[in-house]
Design a protein around this ligand. Structure first.
Ligand SMILES: Nc1nc2c(ncn2[C@@H]2O[C@H](COP(=O)(O)OP(=O)(O)OP(=O)(O)O)[C@@H](O)[C@H]2O)c(=O)[nH]1
Length: 527
C-alpha cells in the first residue's frame, strides 16, 4: 500500500504544479475569482493527501460554477478565453497550425453548452501545447516560440504545456497505481475497470485534464477505502490476538496457578500484576485505535513474561529450599538409622547371649550375674555404695489361679514398667525368676535404697488392673528385701542372701513390707 501512496503523492505534486499555472492564468476577479483564490491557497498546503482531495473538490466545484454562472458572466470569461486562443492563432505560426486553431475557434463559437465549450477549449490548449513542444525542437522553433511569447503571457504557455503533459502523467500514475493494486487484489473489479480505462487513455493524446483528474480522484477515493478496510482487518486481527492470548492463559489455568502461588507466597507485587493481567481483557474492549491495541498487546505480553519469570524464580527458590530441607532430613534419617542399627546390634547381642528376660524385656538371672560382677568390681576399687533390692509379688499364685496366666503376665509387665519409670538409668533391673525381681543400685546407700523402695511400693499399690469379664479391679502388693555391700559382707552371694533373708522376713511379717538386712543383721528403718 505504501508504493501506491507514493505514486499518489507524486501525481498530487504534478497536479499541484499544473493547477498552479492554470490558476495563475485565470482572472482573479469575476465570478470564478473566489474559487481561483481558494485553489491557490490550497496549493500551498503541505499535507499531500489532504491537498489532493481539496484540489479535486475545488476543481470540480469550479466546473460546476461555470455551468451555473449567469450566461453573461460566463460569456465574458469565455470571450477572454477565446481572445487568448485567437491571439495565439493570429500570430506568427505556420499556416497549417493557424488553420487548425481557427477551425477549433469556429467550433467554440458555435458551441452552446458550457461543458462542450470547455472540452473544445481544452482540446485547443492541448493542440497548442503539442505544437509548441514540437516547435521548440525545430530550427525555426525558437523564432516562433519567441513570437508566441510576445502575444501570450508566460502563464498561458505554461498552462497549455503543463496541463497537457500533466494529464498524460496523471493517467500514467493511475495505470501504475492500479497495476500495483491488481497484484494485491486480483479479483477486484473496480481496480480492473480503473486499469482498463486508464490504459485506454494513454495512447490518446487528446486525453483531457478533467478526465485524468476524475480517474485519479476515483483512485484516491478507492485507495482510502482500501486503507480503511485494511485498518479494520488489522484491528480485528489485533483484537483476535489479544482475545486468544487471554483465552489461552485462562484455558491452561495459568492465571489461577499464578494467583494461587502469589497468594501462598504473599507476594504482593506478583498478586497486583496477576490482577492487572486479569483485567486486560476488559481494558482491551475500550481501545479503539490500532496503535492503542498494539501498545496494549505489548504491555500484556511484557507483563505476562515478567509474571512468569517471577513465578519461575519463586518456584526455583522453593525448590532449592526443599532440596536443603530434604538434605537435612536425609542426614537426620541416616543418623537415626545408624543409631537404631547400633541399638539393634546391642539387643541382638544381648539376646544371643541370653541376658534378657523374654516376657518383660529386662535382664534375666544371667544378666544379673554379669552386671553384679561388674558393679562389684567397681565397688571394690571405689567403695562407692552399692545396694541390692529383691522384690516379690505377694500371692501371685492366687492371681494366676483366679484371673488366669495372661493377667499374671500383664501384672509382671506393669511392675517392670513402673520400676523403669522410677529408677535411674544407671540402675539395673533383672527378673530373677517367676514373680521375683532384683534391683542393682550403684551409688545408693541403705537409706537412699529404703526411700526409693517406699516410693516403688506406693506406686505399685496404686496400680489398678481392670478385669473386664469379672467386672472387678485387681490391686497388687509386693514384699521387699534390701541389702548392701559392706567392708564385712562384700561377697555377691552373701549380699544377695542378705536381701533374700530380708524379703523372707517381709513375707513372714504379713507381706507388703520392706525389710533391710546389712552386715549379717536386720536393720530397723524409720518407716
Ligand atoms: N503368670 C505367670 N506366672 C508365673 C510365671 N513364672 C512363675 N509364675 C508363677 O508365679 C507363682 C509364684 O508363686 P510363689 O512366689 O511361690 O508364691 P506366691 O503366690 O507369690 O506367694 P508369696 O510369694 O508367698 O506371696 C507360681 O504360681 C508360678 O507358677 C510367669 O512367667 N507368668
Amino acid at each position: 500500500m505504501n508504493q501506491e501512496l507514493n505514486s499518489l503523492n507524486k501525481a498530487n505534486n504534478e497536479l499541484k504544479r499544473a493547477l498552479g499555472h492554470f490558476v495563475n492564468s485565470l482572472p482573479s476577479s469575476g465570478p470564478l475569482g473566489g474559487q481561483v483564490q481558494s485553489i491557490a491557497d490550497t496549493l500551498h498546503a503541505n499535507d499531500a493527501i489532504y491537498t489532493f482531495a481539496s484540489l479535486v473538490e475545488q476543481y470540480t466545484k469550479m466546473q460546476q460554477s461555470i455551468n451555473e454562472l449567469e450566461r453573461e458572466d460566463l460569456e465574458r470569461d469565455i470571450a477572454a478565453f477565446k481572445l487568448l486562443i485567437s491571439q495565439s492563432a493570429n500570430k506568427n505560426i505556420l499556416p497549417i497550425q493557424k488553420e487548425k486553431l481557427t477551425a477549433i475557434l469556429a467550433k467554440i463559437n458555435l458551441e452552446q453548452s458550457t461543458h462542450t465549450l470547455m472540452i473544445a477549449a481544452g482540446k485547443a490548449l492541448v493542440y497548442l501545447a503539442d505544437e509548441l513542444s514540437q516547435l521548440k525542437e525545430s530550427k525555426e522553433g525558437s523564432k516562433v516560440v519567441a513570437s508566441i511569447k510576445y502575444i501570450a503571457t508566460e502563464d498561458t504557455e505554461l498552462v497549455t504545456g503543463d496541463v497537457f503533459s500533466t494529464s498524460k502523467r496523471l493517467i500514467k500514475e493511475v495505470v501504475t497505481i492500479s497495476r500495483q493494486l491488481i497484484q494485491m487484489y486480483p479479483n477486484d473489479t473496480f481496480i480492473r475497470n480503473l486499469l482498463y480505462e486508464a490504459s485506454h487513455q494513454i495512447p490518446d493524446n487528446q486525453g483531457s485534464f478533467s478526465k485524468a483528474i476524475d480517474l485519479l480522484a476515483g483512485t484516491a477515493e478507492y485507495l482510502a477505502l482500501l486503507l480503511q478496510q485494511e485498518r479494520c482487518w488489522a484491528e480485528e486481527i489485533l483484537n483476535d490476538i489479544h482475545t486468544n492470548l487471554i483465552r489461552a492463559l485462562k484455558e491452561t489455568a495459568i492465571i489461577d496457578k499464578l494467583m494461587a502461588s502469589a497468594k501462598s507466597h504473599t507476594n504482593q507485587v506478583q498478586l497486583a500484576m496477576v490482577s492487572e493481567l486479569e483485567s486486560m481483557e476488559v481494558k482491551a474492549k475500550r481501545i479503539n485505535t490500532i496503535k492503542g491495541m498494539q501498545k496494549h498487546i505489548n504491555h500484556s505480553v511484557l507483563l505476562m513474561s515478567e509474571i512468569i519469570n517471577n513465578y519461575a524464580k519463586s518456584q526455583n527458590e522453593t525448590h532449592n529450599a526443599n532440596i536443603k530441607t530434604i538434605q537435612t532430613l536425609d542426614e537426620k534419617i541416616s543418623n537415626a538409622t545408624s543409631f537404631i542399627e547400633k541399638l539393634e546390634g546391642q539387643l541382638n547381642l544381648a539376646k544371643e547371649t541370653n541376658l534378657i528376660d523374654e516376657l518383660t524385656g529386662v535382664g534375666n538371672r544371667k544378666g544379673y550375674v554379669q552386671v553384679i560382677n561388674k558393679e562389684r568390681g567397681h565397688w571394690l576399687t571405689t567403695k562407692r555404695p552399692l545396694t541390692l533390692v529383691l522384690i516379690d509379688v505377694d500371692r501371685f499364685k492366687g492371681i494366676n489361679d483366679t484371673f488366669g496366666h495372661s493377667i499374671g503376665d500383664q501384672v509382671l509387665k506393669s511392675l517392670v514398667e513402673t520400676l523403669k519409670n522410677t529408677l535411674r538409668s544407671s540402675d539395673y533391673i533383672a527378673r530373677f525368676g517367676g514373680d521375683e525381681f532384683i534391683l542393682i543400685l550403684p551409688e545408693t546407700d541403705l537409706d537412699m535404697a529404703f526411700e526409693l523402695t517406699k516410693k516403688i511400693r506406693k506406686v505399685l499399690s496404686s496400680l489398678k488392673f481392670k478385669l473386664r469379664k469379672k467386672n472387678k479391679t485387681l490391686k497388687i502388693s509386693c514384699s521387699y528385701g534390701i541389702s548392701n555391700f559392706t567392708h564385712k559382707v562384700f561377697n555377691t552371694v552373701d549380699v544377695f542372701n542378705g536381701a533374700d533373708k530380708a524379703l523372707y522376713q517381709a513375707k513372714e511379717t504379713g507381706r507388703d513390707d520392706i525389710v533391710v538386712y546389712s552386715d549379717d543383721k536386720f536393720i530397723s528403718m524409720d518407716k
